[in-house]
Every structure is written in structure tokens, then in C-alpha cells.
Design a protein around this ligand. Structure first.
Ligand code: PLP
Length: 446
């Protein structure tokens, strides 16, 4: 049936024809974006927003980086697409660049279209490599929205799709602010979380566990930077029981924490690393798995039973090469570290003096969470776990009115700007956030 849409606004056409992720469709009010540039997003009415969300925490180099736009244009003129069994120089260069920034012994890269497929394939590789089936993942984690990755996910997004967790065993990781281990400091939290993990493995049967998958810094679940020694402890446990250690760096990787990969700050060597988002700042869909030598060897003479029509798509790979090169040439990793240490850490901690609603501030690099509570003593969250509240909705609306795009989840807001944001831009964003927080101060009861 053909409909005359000529009189409809873009908004009405969007609402009529597009089905959105993670949403009740009738309740939506999407921002209609006209264009973007650097740290700014402009809507169709000409209003400009400072992007403190990096969209879905993926535009690590900001919007419309000219070198990446040009690389995509040049690649499009040369070779738009080719079947994955053929080689092409864009895919080779992307793999080499990713390996150059990876751990010692990182051997090859398998490319996917995004993060969830990277997780699916990393788990498949680990299962086939070990001949075991179970995979362990943390509560308070997110690993993607397809069959295996949603079952691995340790937050309420799993619940509607949970097929009795399909070979997944969840465990509590370290999170001192809401410690389930009754710990009073980071060291205790770390030791008890590791002890709990090892006990869980022993009771599950070590010989049944193929892999432990961990976000090196859990992202959407709350930006909980692991305490010193935790990831090393996980590595040791994996070695003890012959378990594959998968570092999920889909959100934490490519500069977000102020290093190329977050695991590097913890001195550990994973066996498999999943990546997406920041690899090319999402200019085209791309993800993948970095594979160590031993797992590559497993598939040297044995068929790897998996593939994708667009594994190593030339346009996406060309954009990754350009994005990584821009990050190298423009010192973006160093900038993210500097912004975290000298601007965001002091400013966000200072905000806790003024805004009683802020129960906890945590993060690293350009990866920060504010945990909002209505009472500091009881730590009552400003929205329930897995839900929202009028105060949280009002805060997001107030940010929007202030011209600030912010990432929010349950009772948290995340300050996750691009890695190349300037000090002035951060300070401008923080001033807008400060005003938005003031506008909901009456939600504090403590
Ligand atoms: C840690 C982590 N893993 C996996 C995914 C899934 O990635 P994608 O949405 O590209 O499928 C995400 C997405 O936010 C993520 O943060």
C-alpha cells in the first residue's frame, strides 16, 4: 500500500515506520538529528547539544572526523564490498593495527559487524578450544543482545530472553559501594570476590567451564573499575583450571579508559578480546575478536564453524584504520587519560559536595558514573534496579533543556564524552550537568 507522506514531518514518519531498540514503542520521543560535528549534535530545529554520551559510548573520536570520513569515501570509490573469503588490504591493515595495540601473543583478528557477534564468536571459539560448555559472567554486566550474549548479560535486560541461562553461570564481581561481600575496603572486596569466584568454579565443576567473560571495566551496568589485583586474580584462576579468559572490551576498549585497552591498566593478558564501538567510533558497523596463538592453533587444521557475509567489510575496516591512525596521531589516548585525571575526577568529586543526590562517583579516563541516591545513609537508589523514576526522567529532560546529551541507566548517569574532548568542552558540559542536577535537588530525602 502506498501512503502519501508528503505532508508528514520527519518526526511523524519516524514514529510511523521505525521500530526502536529496548523500548515500548508508543512512549518514544526521539531527538531528530540533522547533523553532528566533533562533540556537538544538532537537531532538525537547529538546537545544538554537547555530547557527553558519545552516543552509545562509541564515538570515541567524536563526530565526523574528517580523516575517517575521507577514508570511507576513498574506500567506497575503490572497493565497497567483497566476500569474506577474499583478502583485501583494508582488512589486513585494520587487523595489523588492532594487533599492534594488543597484548603480547595476540595472533589474529576475526571481524564481525558489532559487539554482540564478537561475544558470540569468542564464546564459540572458547567452547571448541576447551571442549567444555559453560561460560561464567558477572552479575552487573552487559555483553550484547543476541542469543548467547544476552544470556551472559548480568542485568535486567537478560530477564525477558533468559533461556535458563543456557550454559551460563553468573557470579558477583567486586563493587564496593554496594558490596555483597560485606567488605569495608577495596582490598577486602577484591579478595572476597576472587574467593567467591573460585568456590563457584569448584562447585560448578572446573572441567565443565570453557570461559570466564569479563568487561575489563563493566560499562552500562555501572562503570565499576575493578580493584587492583582483581583481573590478575581472575587470570590466575583461569590458568589454574584451564579456563579461557575473554576480556570484553567492546565499551572499555580503544581509549575510553585512557589506554588502548582497559585490561592493559591491570597488567593482564587475556586469551580472547572482544571489541567494537571505539574501533572505528561506529562510523560503520564493526566489531571483532582478537585471538591468542593457542586458540588460533586449535583452528589451524580444524574448521572454525562460523562466519559472516560481512566479516571484515572493506568500508568498515578502512574506517577503523583511519580512526586508529587519528587516535595515534592526535594523542587521543593520552588526552582521555589527562581529562580523566585532571578535569573529570576532581570536578565530579567536587560535585558531591554540592549535590546530595550523588551517592558515588567512580570511573577512569573518559568513563565515569554518578550513582544517584535519595538518601546517602541508606543508599536508596533514585530509580529502582532495572527501572526508572520521575526524578531520573526529569534529570535527563533537564540535561536536554541545558543542551547536554547524557547516558542514563536506572539510577545512574554516565559522563562518557569522546576521548578527544577539550578541557573547555568538558567544563562547559559539567556546568550544564551541574544546573540540571540542581533542578532535581528536591528528590533528595536523606
Ligand atoms: C561490554 C559490551 N559488550 C557487548 C556489547 C554489544 O555490542 P553491540 O551493541 O555492538 O552488539 C556492548 C554494547 O553496549 C557492550 O557494552
Amino acid at each position: 500500500m502506498t501512503i502519501d507522506r508528503s505532508t508528514l514531518s520527519h518526526f511523524d514518519r519516524e514514529r510511523a515506520s521505525v521500530f526502536h531498540s529496548w523500548s515500548a514503542q508508543a512512549t518514544l520521543n526521539p531527538l531528530m538529528v540533522r547533523d553532528t560535528n566533533g562533540v556537538y549534535v544538532t537537531d532538525e530545529d537547529g538546537n545544538t547539544y554537547l555530547d557527553f554520551s558519545s552516543q552509545l559510548v562509541n564515538t570515541n573520536i567524536g563526530h565526523q572526523h574528517p580523516a575517517v570520513v575521507k577514508a570511507i569515501q576513498d574506500q567506497a570509490a575503490l572497493l565497497c564490498t567483497i566476500a569474506p573469503q577474499h583478502g583485501n588490504i583494508a582488512r589486513i591493515e585494520a587487523a595489523e593495527k588492532i594487533l599492534d595495540h594488543s597484548f603480547e601473543g595476540a595472533a589474529k583478528v576475526f571481524f564481525t559487524n558489532g559487539g554482540t557477534e564478537a561475544v558470540e564468536h569468542a564464546v564459540r571459539m572458547a567452547r571448541l578450544h576447551t571442549g567444555r560448555h559453560k561460560v561464567m559472567a558477572q552479575y552487573r554486566s552487559y555483553h550484547g543482545a543476541t542469543a548467547t550474549s544476552i544470556n551472559l548479560t548480568g542485568d535486567p535486560r537478560r530477564w525477558p530472553s533468559d533461556t535458563a541461562s543456557a550454559g551460563v553461570v553468573h557470579f558477583f564481581g567486586p563493587f564496593l559501594y554496594r558490596s555483597v561481600f560485606h567488605a569495608s575496603n577495596e582490598q577486602e572486596e577484591c579478595e572476597r570476590a576472587l574467593e567467591n569466584l573460585e568456590r563457584t568454579i569448584q562447585f560448578e565443576g572446573p572441567s565443565t567451564i570453557a570461559a570466564i567473560i569479563l568487561e575489563s571495566v563493566p560499562g552500562t551496568a555501572g562503570i565499576m573499575v575493578p580493584p587492583a589485583g582483581f583481573l590478575q586474580g581472575v587470570r590466575e584462576i583461569c590458568d589454574r583450571y584451564g579456563i579461557v579468559y575473554i576480556a570484553d572490551e567492546v565499551m572499555a576498549g580503544f581509549g575510553r579508559t585512557g589506554s588502548w585497552f582497559a585490561y592493559q591498566q591491570h597488567g593482564v593478558t587475556p586469551d580472547l578480546v572482544t571489541f567494537a564501538k571505539g574501533v572505528n567510533s561506529g562510523y560503520l558497523p564493526l566489531g571483532g575478536v582478537v585471538i591468542n596463538e593457542a586458540i588460533c592453533e586449535t583452528f589451524a587444521n580444524r574448521v572454525y564453524p562460523g562466519g559472516l557475509t560481512y566479516s571484515g567489510h572493506p568500508l568498515a575496516c578502512a574506517s577503523a584504520v583511519a580512526a586508529i591512525t587519528a587516535m595515534e596521531d592526535e594523542g587521543m589516548i593520552e588526552n582521555a587519560k589527562m581529562i580523566g585525571e585532571t578535569v573529570l575526577a576532581p570536578a565530579l568529586h567536587a560535585m558531591t559536595e554540592k549535590h546530595m543526590l550523588i551517592g558515588d562517583v567512580r570511573g577512569v579516563g573518559v568513563f565515569w558514573a554518578l550513582e544517584l541516591v535519595s538518601d546517602r545513609a541508606t543508599k536508596e537508589p533514585l530509580a529502582p534496579y532495572g527501572g526508572t523514576s520521575p526524578a531520573m526522567s526529569e534529570l535527563v529532560a533537564a540535561c536536554r533543556r541545558e543542551g547536554l546529551l547524557i547516558f542514563s541507566n536506572f539510577n545512574r548517569i554516565h559522563v562518557v564524552p569522546p576521548c578527544n574532548i577539550t578541557v573547555d568542552e568538558v567544563n562547559e558540559g559539567l556546568a550544564r550537568l551541574d544546573r540540571a542536577l540542581s533542578s532535581i535537588s528536591s528528590a533528595y530525602f536523606g
